[in-house]
Design a protein around this ligand. Sequence first.
Ligand SMILES: [Zn+2]
Length: 268
Amino acid sequence: MSDLFWILYRIVFGALFGLLIGSFLNVCIYRLPRHETIVRGHSYCPGCHHELTGADLVPIFSYLFLRGRCRYCAQPISPRYARIESVTGVIFALPAGFWGGGPFAPAADKPAWLAILPDPGYNALVIVGVLAAFCALLVWAMILFDEQLPPRALYGFILVPALLRLALQPDRILLHLAGAAFAAAVWWLLETLRLLPEIDRSRRRHVFFGLALLGLTGGLIALQPVMAAMLVASVLALLAKKPEHASRLVHLLLPAAVLASAVLWLFL
Ligand SMILES: [Zn+2]
């Protein structure tokens, strides 16, 4: 079999795995702020509360076959579920396609003390760590987008894989600490200058922590889209006639920034 076959095989496998993870992220985004468990319990339609079966839960395909409506009550299903699934599918397909080669070779950074670990195992650990952190960051961004509060435990799910990555790639520690400090400093500055749109106080702290962790996970390079998003948000907040519109915009920019960072990280 040719190399191309294996690359396609890995892309398809990565995408399918990503779709399943995306489906789980949807569950987290919906249930975590409502203090519901994510490990047990069936999914149900938020409209009619009918329990969903396996056929209703196939990522993307169920949405397409049911034409975006609940099988039981025919109420439209938000296209957002399918979007989160597709985006996660793409984020997982990219490193799967480039596994161990191309522009994507974390093993180049392997520190001496990890020499005993074979390159494929090392690559896999780095990739799993970063994908886990970005998944948790996506959940964080979407919960804030929904104008809900993320549970504190979620920050552990961002911090632990981010620290795992830095333990595996110690050369990057300074860049990533700088990323976290820079994100925190810009947020603090915008807040002090009162350039931030009206977001209520409790949510502000969550935006602050999440941005600092995004900086820690992605480093200075992956932080660029976040910084750009924050500046755009504060300019729009100044221009917006209604403060709630500006606040909505900030919330929209958070998931966009997380995704842009994840993609940048994969290629830089
Ligand atoms: Zn329904």
